[in-house]
Design a protein around this ligand. Sequence first.
Ligand code: RIB
Length: 302
Amino acid sequence: MQKIAVVGSLNMDCVIETPAMPKAGETIAGRSVAQVPGGKGANQAYAIAKLGGDVQMIGAVGTDSCGIILKKNLECVGVRTEGLAVLEGESTGQAFITVDDQGENSIIIIAGTNGLVSKEMIEENRHLIEESDIVIMQLEIPLEVVEYVKELAIELGKLVIVDPAPAVEGIPDHFWKGIDFIKPNETELAILTGQEKNGLEDLKEGAEQMLNKGVKNVLVSMGGEGCLLVNKKEARFFPAHKVKPVDTTAAGDCFTAGFALALSQGKTCEEAIAFGQKASAIAVTRKGAQTSIPTMEEVESC
Ligand code: RIB
């Protein structure tokens, strides 16, 4: 089995369950509030380890209680945390998440220590990237650090997967060059291309714009519909498993993790997509981020 490095964010999620999202200027009564380990990077590393993969987390937390809990939670499922900096006196990243009765969420993040991840930290952990075969990143740490890792990983011949979330406008074209896979959802693809996308043809066109910037494969996740793989050879739609969503938080992270894990086990791209879809279909039927991640046995019996 190949080794995976996740370079990215860790957040303590503060999750509010509410019947519906409040409108601007409206006050509503929520149902519950809970703290759950999260952060796109940490969710992906946690899911890979829980599914049986060999994974290293590179990122940063603070010395506050949230940082200690997040680090322990990763270690509990076997994530290697040698590359995780614990920064004295700094506050760990946080996410404020609202989940409604349809299982849809909206998220506000406060970067905390995620914003302090630096090129120097990456250099200190260069050996961990050197010994990995697959490198996964998201956009919750500084963009210049993500690009630095991408360049290093490509130079070292690694497979590079970028989950471009949260998507922001104005990312320079050179950022995308040489990335093996990106996995935007429909909203993120619209932000990255500057155009609203409706329907498969539009999404394919948006994905092709990303291919023209130098990405090799685009995997557009379409929520409960499925996902679309677009590369220079083909555009292929993979329908999703039909489930009743309870909470979609981290469903995309679970997909990315399952996809990368399957690739690390020598599966084809199509098999890896199918595995990621099964894993995320289970995750959306459960509450929370890391609390929703299934085991390999659960995915196999899905
Ligand atoms: O993808 C879900 C994650 O996004 C949450 O766990 C939250 O921390 C934000 O990073």
